[in-house]
Design a protein around this ligand. Structure first.
Ligand SMILES: Nc1ncnc2c1ncn2[C@@H]1O[C@H](COP(=O)(O)OP(=O)(O)OP(=O)(O)O)[C@@H](O)[C@H]1O
Length: 301
């Protein structure tokens, strides 16, 4: 049985459905990413999973429980990254960690979490005096403090420097390896590619794709990009007629850059071979999750 099930979720604000029939299931032990442009409905969706917002229609289950009706039981095994405004400015890091540990019957060792997140030398600092990155790290520590079975991280590494970001990724991988399921809202494609087993791409309140990061790239309109300098000119019409071609660009030095799929690349290669055209400085690169994301979300914008 999936540990998180969202079925036909709908949430309406001011007569507008900002989440409009979202359905997905997360298996135990997965890192499941939720991607989408600003205002797509990501936070609204995960806050319905957390039981912080009441759906207007549809069903949400976490470990078989309704996060609204069974809120207390769900809270015991669901770790949530706090919004920064939820912590008092005068609380020290140590106090916050101690207070939050006391909510749980089997809390994690907060000292080791603080160490993993580089907060040990800030234990006596007040929350209000922390840098943005330190606040973010504290919110990750607090999400993990109850030894949750499921953790929801909304913009896990926003505001972190590259080193802290990588440290957080390692920590999340360790958390997953210990059997915890992670629901991760992110704007960073590199983060999604590195961490997520599967991602749902949300646009304008609907899921437009749900697959592994590699699967999304393969299926995207820009899965492969080929660049080369042909020994003889090639016409725009014949290039535009290649199967699944997405774009053709010409650089200053006669370089052609063609985006498409594997099918585009192999048709191009046969065309060059048949016409005995050689390709100088030939490079074929894989598309990125960034490209796939833009392809998937631009269709409806
Ligand atoms: N409490 C609310 N009242 C009215 N409108 C809301 C409320 N919460 C969210 N919205 C609207 O719903 C839409 C989706 O918001 P949501 O925060 O879920 O998007 P998001 O995908 O998380 O965006 P971002 O990437 O910018 O954080 C937005 O247009 C937002 O303005």
């Amino acid at each position: 049985m999936p540990i998180i099930e969202v079925n036909g979720l709908r949430k309406v604000y001011g007569g507008r459905a900002v989440v409009d029939g979202i359905t997905f299931a997360v298996e135990e032990g997965e890192i499941f990413g939720v991607l989408g442009p600003n205002g797509a409905g990501k936070t609204t969706t995960v806050e319905c999973v957390e039981g912080l917002r009441v759906p207007d229609a549809g069903e949400v289950r976490v470990a078989g429980l309704d996060p609204i009706r069974d809120h207390d039981r769900v809270t015991r095994f669901l770790g949530v990254q706090l919004q920064q405004s939820e912590l008092q400015a005068k609380l020290t890091v140590r106090e916050a960690l101690e207070v939050y540990s006391a909510f749980y019957s089997r809390p994690a060792d907060w000292r080791s979490l603080a160490e993993r997140l580089g907060l040990t030398d800030r234990l006596d600092a007040r929350f209000g005096k922390l840098s943005g990155g330190q606040r973010q790290r504290l919110s990750i520590a607090l999400a993990l403090i109850g030894n949750p079975k499921v953790v929801v991280l909304d913009e896990l590494t926003t505001g972190l420097d590259p080193r802290a970001r990588r440290e957080s990724w390692k920590l999340i991988e360790e958390v997953r390896d210990s059997g915890v399921t992670v629901l991760l809202v992110t704007h960073f494609m590199e983060e999604a590619q590195r961490l997520c087993d599967r991602v749902a791409v949300i646009n304008a309140g609907r899921i437009v794709a749900l697959d592994s990061p590699a699967g999304l790239i393969d299926r995207s309109a820009s899965a492969a990009v080929v660049s080369f300098i042909p020994s003889e000119p090639l016409g725009d019409d014949e290039l535009a007629a290649l199967p699944a071609v997405k774009s053709v660009e010409r650089g200053d030095d006669d370089t052609l850059v063609i985006s498409g799929t594997d099918e585009t690349v192999s048709a191009l290669m046969s065309m060059l071979a048949q016409r005995r055209i050689t390709a100088r400085r030939l490079r074929v690169t894989e598309g990125t999750l960034d490209d796939a994301f833009l392809d998937l979300t631009e269709q409806e914008n």
